[in-house]
Design a protein around this ligand. Structure first.
Ligand code: PGA
Length: 248
């Protein structure tokens, strides 16, 4: 289990200007104040990484994606050295929005995880089942997530000192219908046991999917849940600060 709770702000494709991004980052930092023993991570869009990085005092910088090659003819891609040159510490890999909208499959995710793990970046690998699977029962969700983990990690987990898994059931993302804390904790324990069997170690497991200031405390009260990956609520500084404070 992680020593500190890790709470990640995934801004996705928001906001629409560097000025707004910097203002939001500053407001979040101010709202969080001096909380101890919690790692907060802000993951803005690529074009704002540098500006946001300059104003962060207590939070670490995260990126929302990365490519597996370090340089070369790969139009539009961003490499691990490029991210590290901006002091990025964490990188989200395999978010379900990318899996769905950009056809990012487990083979692609595995390459990205391996590249991130071989660099100094800490990959936050997103897994989670669609509603059709969960509807048929918890054991179907377990099997689905286990398959994702086995394909996405391959050998990367073994060589990486530090990986984080985000359990994000697809039906809970942006829907206002979070998983229950008990349900998420069950899956977090399952994920830890699968990764232990693959990599010999248990990763930190975050929960993501409609986390708000109202429900976050229930997730953080579960010992198996090491933090949260927050989308919509991370765009409101006061709401995100409330989430962070509920983990203290
Ligand atoms: P949400 O998104 O908090 O808006 O549900 C979470 C995520 O996609 O990481």
């Amino acid at each position: 289990m992680a020593a500190k709770k890790i709470i990640v702000a995934n801004w996705k494709l928001n906001p629409d200007s560097p000025k707004k991004a910097v203002a939001l980052a500053k407001a979040i930092e101010k709202g969080i104040g001096r909380v101890q023993n919690i790692e907060t991570v802000i993951a803005p869009p690529f074009p704002f990484l540098e500006d946001v990085g300059k104003v962060l005092r207590r939070s670490r910088l995260g990126a929302q994606d990365v490519f597996w090659e370090k340089s070369g003819a790969y139009t539009g891609e961003v490499s691990t050295p490029e991210l590290e040159s901006l002091d990025v510490r964490y990188v989200i890999v395999g978010h379900s929005e990318r899996r769905k909208l950009l056809a990012e499959n487990d083979e692609i995710v595995a390459r990205k995880v391996k590249a991130a793990a071989a660099s100094g970046l800490i990959p936050i690998i997103c897994v989670g089942e669609p509603f059709e699977i969960r509807r048929t029962g918890t054991s179907s969700a377990e099997r689905f997530v286990e398959q994702q983990l086995r394909r996405d990690l391959q050998t990367a987990a073994i060589v990486s000192k530090n990986i984080i898994i985000a359990y994000e059931p697809i039906w809970a993302i942006g829907s206002g219908m979070p998983d229950t804390a008990k349900g998420a904790a069950h899956m977090a324990r399952w994920i830890k046991s699968v990764v232990r069997s693959v990599a010999g170690r248990e990763p930190a497991v975050l929960y993501g999917g409609s986390v708000t200031g109202r429900n976050s405390g229930q997730f953080f009260a579960e010992p198996a849940i090491d933090g949260a990956l927050v989308g919509g609520a991370s765009l409101k500084a006061a709401e995100f600060a409330k989430i962070v404070k509920s983990a203290v």
